[in-house]
Design a protein around this ligand. Sequence first.
Ligand code: ZN
Length: 147
Amino acid sequence: MIPAAIQLLGHTWTVVLHDGYAIAPDGDECKGYCDFERQEIHLNATMPESLLWHTFFHELTHAVLYYMGTKLCANEAFVDMVAGLYAQALKPLLGKGRAPARVVRSAPAKPSRPDGSISQTPPQPPRSRERSRAGTASSDLPLRSRR
Ligand SMILES: [Zn+2]
């Protein structure tokens, strides 16, 4: 089962499963994304098991590389290759099933306009959050990464 939480350098990362696309704070619909500031990995839990695990390892790799302070954290091809290799190597150990007890969040409603139409502009994260990152990684790394 996908763990409900993981520990990295003594920090607890929560794994949040979504019943559809994981909606990143910038509004992008993703298989998953990694929120470094909140220490959360978000995943679309409706994906097939193998893709769910691959995406979990992808976001976990982002988190690990973020703590290591390497720019490889933002190299999607590198991150995805590492993730795919871990998913393959560990497949015999990965249990079936997606649902240990944990939060499953629905996708947040898209902002609507007064006339009821859906805004085409996704919500933007507050700027201040971009600057209040932890001191564990180099400052030119992104706060979030998505798959
Ligand atoms: Zn990624």
